[in-house]
Design a protein around this ligand. Structure first.
Ligand code: AMP
Length: 617
């Protein structure tokens, strides 16, 4: 690999076609020279984008050094960029934030429900739902390539720890989601959908690497896609060496699918015919190449799946699996026990950490236990700064105060930071919203553990719900209780993941007015409250709930009077201040959940799915 003084864009192009060894050497070289690489990345970004409206607005005057950048460019959140992004989405092709043309947007659910993109509403009839809430992250062709390059580093890293993976296949569940178009004609879609639909992915896709034929990945009908991917995964069971999905919740969703559909799947395998319910012609043609009548295989799967004991089902059906390829850090840790159960202790490998805004880190020690996983930031992906957690003024204006942002190589082990990124695609000093803890260094580059996402209260599957959203959902449900003279006295919530799919549980303590004809709300009313809360949830929640079925019906657990008093007393005995005590709006501690559950008098679940349609956004 060439010397570290060479222009980093040229080096990246070299790396893209390098061998596995060269890719690993490239990582070593970049992480050994992190500060120099960072200076060069910043200079490149500022040179490339010097004439953009955004940088000119802050009068950088063509400067490309860190000092000028830090002095003049403010730290921002998505809200601060909203109008610029909206202009681009509406069709402004001038260099607003980035010199390279914006090719598309990656969508990301918006945590703060107050920030709606009004153009989305302009396009659709008012549905009374909270549709249209997603961040649009600008993406250029060059940035896209950079990310693909980083993704291509994952395999060599894992291969260096688990030899022989090239001798078998991966059963890796991949799905595309609905795409939208902005008024200016740009596609807005999740990063993974963009990746799977790209020319790069499709031409490089090898059916000797993955059990899923490409057509099964590219089918937007989630059921048909999942059915066909599972079917092919079963047919190739002995060749499967790794099993995965981007996030652990997705892998568990697939296991749940097998639980629900093994009978149909085994019938199809026995007869060698794909059932007529799968109508996508490309899937049918692709599966026809793979599926042959195999009654013995069907019987084996039937025996395993019909057993009441699903412990170790993964290794029973796919006995050569060496590891589970899925993210189990951050909000996904809640799924580790389930994966241990189904995978009977198979290692869980988290290869990378990143987001729609910036795909940036790799796990250089993929065999680490989940609680020891750390991610090394790749210094060539963007310019990174870090906001120490104690100076993180969440919720306050981010545009004015001089903030002490720390450079990549200057972070300290043991401290927590929010990542602030400057990307080639037009984000400058942008707060990513993830809190990371430094746990060590690889060469001169820090390694981080993912701690949590800022502002997230409840999280299930890939959806995240904040305190404000939950509060609004409870308020909407409360309106249905009014005719009964009932109101919500207190509430809290839990992401319930002991069943698949997981779902939100809302604990409610109600108060019913005294008076003639007053009584506890009927079951139908309480069920309507469940549904009303789901209608109030963000668009992405409802998409996962309706389209994917990867979130189950919301459940209300009604607790007896006085329960929340007890909760407070419990907190106080554990040292909480009476003056400052606030009811936790989300509970996770087993002893508190136990207390709440022991006071439950009734439970209710949503009787139907909330409204969601691909055309809403
Ligand atoms: P998205 O932009 O929808 O891809 O979501 C990205 C978010 O998922 C990040 O900001 C993190 O909060 C979370 N995430 C991504 N990768 C990981 C990981 N390896 N471990 C924990 N959380 C992750």
């Amino acid at each position: 690999m060439s010397s570290s003084t060479e222009n980093s864009s040229i080096k990246l192009r070299h790396a893209a076609c390098a061998s596995d060894e060269e890719k690993l050497a490239f990582i070593e070289e970049m992480t050994a020279n992190a500060d120099a690489v960072q200076a060069k990345v910043l200079a490149e970004i500022l040179t490339q984008n010097a004439d953009t409206e955004y940088l000119q607005r802050y009068k950088l005057g063509g400067a490309i050094d860190r000092a000028a950048f830090k002095a003049k460019i403010p730290m921002v959140t998505y809200e601060d960029l909203r109008l610029d992004i909206r202009r681009i989405a509406d069709g402004d092709r001038s260099p607003v934030v980035c010199a390279d043309p914006i090719k598309e947007f990656f969508t990301r659910e918006l945590i703060n429900k107050g920030l709606k993109l009004t153009w989305m509403h302009a396009r659709m009839p008012s549905s009374g739902t909270s549709a249209g809430e997603c961040k649009l992250i600008p993406m250029t062709a060059e940035e896209w390539e950079r990310r693909s390059l980083l993704a291509s580093f994952c395999r060599p890293i894992v291969n260096s720890y688990i030899p022989g993976l090239d001798k078998g296949m991966g059963l890796y569940f991949m799905f595309i989601m609905v795409e939208r178009e902005t008024p200016g004609g740009l596609l807005a879609r999740p990063a993974s959908t963009s990746h799977y639909k790209s020319h790069h992915f499709r031409t490089g896709y090898s059916t000797s690497t993955y059990t899923s034929p490409l057509a099964t990945v590219l089918c937007p009908d989630h059921f048909q896609s999942m059915y066909a991917q599972m079917l092919c995964g079963l047919v190739y069971r002995l060749r499967v060496l790794r099993l995965g999905s981007i996030f652990a919740s997705g892998l568990l969703h697939a296991i749940r699918f097998l639980q629900l559909h093994w009978e149909q799947l085994t019938q199809d395998i026995a007869t060698g015919t794909l059932r007529s319910q799968i109508t996508d012609i490309d899937i049918r043609n692709a599966v026809a190449e793979v599926l042959k009548p195999d009654p013995a295989l069907a019987e084996l799967i039937r025996v395993e799946c019909s057993s009441a004991n699903w412990a170790g089902i993964v290794t029973k059906i796919w006995p050569n699996t060496k590891y589970l390829d899925t993210i189990v850090t951050g909000i996904m840790t809640q799924y580790i026990p389930a994966l241990e159960y189904y995978g009977s202790g198979l290692p869980m490998v988290c290869t990378a950490y990143g987001s729609s805004e910036c795909f940036c880190s790799l796990n250089l020690h993929p065999m680490s236990k989940p609680d020891e996983v750390s991610y090394t930031i790749m210094p060539f992906m963007a310019y990174f700064e870090f906001l120490p957690l104690n100076s993180n003024m969440a919720g306050e204006s981010t545009m004015n105060a001089p903030l002490q942002l720390v450079d990549l190589v200057d972070v300290e082990v043991g401290k927590e930071y929010e990542t602030v990124i400057t990307t080639y695609a037009g984000l400058y000093r942008y707060r990513m919203g993830d809190i990371l803890r430094v746990v060590g260094f690889h060469n001169t580059t820090p390694q981080f553990q993912f701690v949590r996402r800022k502002n997230v209260l409840l999280s299930i599957e890939r959806n995240r719900t904040n305190e404000v959203e939950l509060q609004q959902a409870v308020e909407r449900a409360s309106k249905l209780l009014k005719p009964w003279g009932a109101s919500v006295l207190e509430y809290t919530s839990q992401a319930y993941t002991q069943c698949i799919p997981g779902h939100y549980v809302i604990y409610l303590e109600l108060c019913v007015e005294e008076g003639e004809g007053r009584r506890w709300p009927a079951k139908e009313t309480m069920e309507a409250c469940c549904l009303e809360m789901e209608e109030a949830m963000n668009d992405f929640y409802r998409e996962l709930r309706v389209l994917e079925g990867s979130i189950g019906p919301l459940e209300i657990r009604l607790v007896s009077g006085g329960t929340f008093e007890e909760l407070m007393e419990d907190a106080i005995t554990r040292g909480a201040s009476v003056n400052q005590y606030k009811v936790p709006r989300c509970v996770a501690r087993p002893s508190i959940i136990e207390l709440l559950d022991s006071r439950v008098v009734e439970t209710y679940s949503s009787p139907a799915c909330p409204k969601w349609s691909p055309h809403q956004t």
